[in-house]
Write a protein that binds this ligand. Sequence first.
Ligand code: SF4
Length: 199
Amino acid sequence: MKDEIGKILQSLELRARKCHRCELSKTRLNVVFGAGPETAEVMVVSEAPGATEDQTGIPFTGAAGKKLDGLLAEAGLDRNSVYICNVLKCRPPGNRDPLPEEIEACRPFLVGQISAIKPKLIVALGRIAAGELLGRRVAMAMEHGTLVDCVYCGVKFKLFITYHPAAGLYGAEAGRRLREDFKKLGAIIEAIRRTTFLQ
Ligand code: SF4
């Protein structure tokens, strides 16, 4: 099973590396497909690669990556145990918001990743990722720190909504909200571990 999922992800990644379905293929340095174990029960989905990720081809490197590692640790999660990817696999120039047509063009890759991995829990970082997974606009001020049932491409999972870790780099208040959310996430994971999956 593990090998099968690995093969599906590898083949998807190869397709992404050659992808020209949207204009971002003209400006990217690298496709940032995703990283982590194919058997991960927890996935982290963010918006799009930034400058460092574009250079390295690896999600969440650089300052936001360090911040994410720390936040995951607060929730009792090791980065190496979660699968991390973005809604878009190529960097929007200047880190602008993804365009609806780019999200649509790139959707088959996220659908493929979630269908193959079938995570029990997804942590959505920011309104773009949460909005894509829920299929509606997400009001972060109201909805951050909440856990909801979600079905995406026929796969059912719990979705935890929080801010993008980069938000924590720009202010004490945003950093405090992020840490509180991840503390809450840690308690949720602990409760889930006691009752069912997530060993
Ligand atoms: S962002 Fe997605 S759809 Fe656009 S070129 Fe990159 S891989 Fe293809």
